[in-house]
Design a protein around this ligand. Structure first.
Ligand code: ATP
Ligand code: MG
Length: 341
């Protein structure tokens, strides 16, 4: 068996992946995929409105796989795992539910914020929307996901840190009380812990419609950057504060020429630079980043059989390690009832 340490991380299949996913998480996955034995999960159990639109989830599973292939996650060496096709995740999640107090969910700041957003009434309505049970307990499912391959490292965006703390605590409790089955996994946050949206909102997110997607064409990127929020109103050559202009946050995140960005910031704050100049630079930088992804994506789109193979083989490997872990768990909990007589 492999001596390499393991990575487990994932994404919910809710649509196309965007620059936030890339800078917060994917970029680290690509960098670490050969150093670790990596399991990348398509977390369909965790799509909050699953029941409303199963067709969308089904399509998004393929979208995510295509985006992963496009950014260069090698399906030969890493496993693309579809969560619900490894039903051991549900089993482990149920068992772990016995060892986690409700207060741990109630305290979880990410869950709290997400639930509050979900309950917001629709425009023009007074009625708060309801949260499905599966959403409330999704952090437990996530704990089960991470523990399943007995992962050592979990590369994620900043919003996921509370869930990883929960995982560490669960591993400690389980190991102390039963047998030493689970490593205590470390979190690894990406270079950009939380990328702002093109509208200036604190987080780039599909549900807010403020994304630049990895599969966007050069024309779409140009259009989106043009329409981007660029800080408080300012005359074209009036000096401004660089930190109030999200275009600079994007340049900080994606422009490899850091000296140039530093120089532009200085000029922006003293003489003033028109937003158009900044946006033209950003458009160029983003298209240079995305071009190789677009090329690889086109190759796989023309060969969907390869995408299917990636999903099939990865899920099979995910299932094999899940079975192994569940044997260890049942043994630790002494759940082999039929062996009594
Ligand atoms: P969206 O809000 O667009 O649906 P999401 O956060 O719900 O995206 P997840 O599947 O929950 O998507 O997250 C996948 C990974 O991407 C997580 O590690 C998450 O932290 C990271 N991530 C998502 N959005 C951002 C962002 N704007 N900046 C940094 N990391 C992000
Ligand atoms: Mg999320």
């Amino acid at each position: 068996m492999s001596e390499r340490k393991r990575i487990l991380t994932g994404i919910r299949p809710t649509g196309a992946l965007h620059l936030g996913h890339y800078a917060g998480a994917l970029e680290n996955w690509v960098r670490l995929q050969h150093e670790y034995e990596a399991y990348f999960l398509i977390a369909d159990y965790q799509v909050s409105d699953y029941a409303d639109d199963i067709q969308r989830v089904r399509d998004a599973v393929w979208e995510v796989a295509l985006d992963w292939l496009a950014v260069g996650l090698d399906p030969e060496t890493s496993s693309y795992v579809i969560e619900s096709l490894v039903p051991e995740h549900a089993e482990l999640s149920t068992l772990l539910g016995w060892f986690l107090p409700v207060s741990m969910l109630e305290r979880n700041p990410t869950l709290k914020a997400e639930m509050a957003a979900m309950e917001e009434p629709e425009d023009g309505s007074q009625e708060r929307k309801s949260v499905p049970v599966a959403f409330y307990t999704y952090p437990v499912m996530q704990v089960a996901n991470i523990l399943m391959p007995r992962a050592h490292l979990v590369p994620v965006g900043e919003d996921q840190l509370p869930h990883i703390e929960l995982t560490r605590e669960t591993a400690r409790r389980f190991n102390r009380r039963f047998k030493d089955v689970f490593p205590e996994p470390e979190a690894l946050v990406g270079r950009v812990p939380r990328l702002v949206g093109t509208d200036g909102n604190a987080k780039m997110s599909k549900s807010r419609g403020n994304t630049i997607d990895l599969k966007d064409s050069a024309e779409t990127v140009t259009k989106k950057v043009k329409a981007m929020y660029a800080g408080p109103p300012r005359g074209a050559t009036e000096p401004g504060k660089a930190e109030e202009n999200p275009v600079f946050l994007y340049l900080d995140a994606f422009d490899p020429e850091t000296a140039l960005v530093a120089q532009m910031k200085e000029e922006y704050e003293t003489a003033g630079i028109p937003n158009k100049v900044l946006k033209d630079r950003l458009t160029l930088v983003l298209n240079e980043l995305l071009d190789p992804f677009r090329e690889r994506r086109a190759h796989y789109e023309a060969n969907m059989k390869l995408v299917r193979e990636a999903l099939e083989h990865g899920t099979k490997r995910g299932r094999a390690i899940a079975r192994e872990t569940m044997e260890m768990v049942r043994d630790a909990l002494d759940l082999n009832y039929l062996e009594k007589y």
